[in-house]
Ligand binder design. Structure first.
Ligand code: FES
Length: 69
């Protein structure tokens, strides 16, 4: 699914960038050039970023709760 039409960036590219360590909108904008023309893609990109960060964080948080750390 295309997220940024101006720079032809899709959700898989966004997910890969997040996996590679882009954990802020600033980092995603710098790496993929999203949002730098019309900006209409930013809300969807932000939502995808937040969803993926929650998926990354949840197993760690669950492990900490179980282990007591
Ligand atoms: S849709 Fe991403 S900058 Fe226009």
């Amino acid at each position: 699914m295309r997220v940024c039409h101006c720079h032809n960036v899709n959700d898989r590219q966004l997910a890969a960038a997040i996996d590679e360590g882009c954990h802020t909108m600033r980092e995603l904008r710098f790496k993929l050039n999203i949002g730098n023309t019309c900006g209409r893609c930013l809300p969807q990109a932000k939502q995808l970023l937040n969803t993926q960060l929650m998926q990354i964080a949840e197993p760690t948080a669950r492990l900490k709760r179980v282990s007591g750390f």
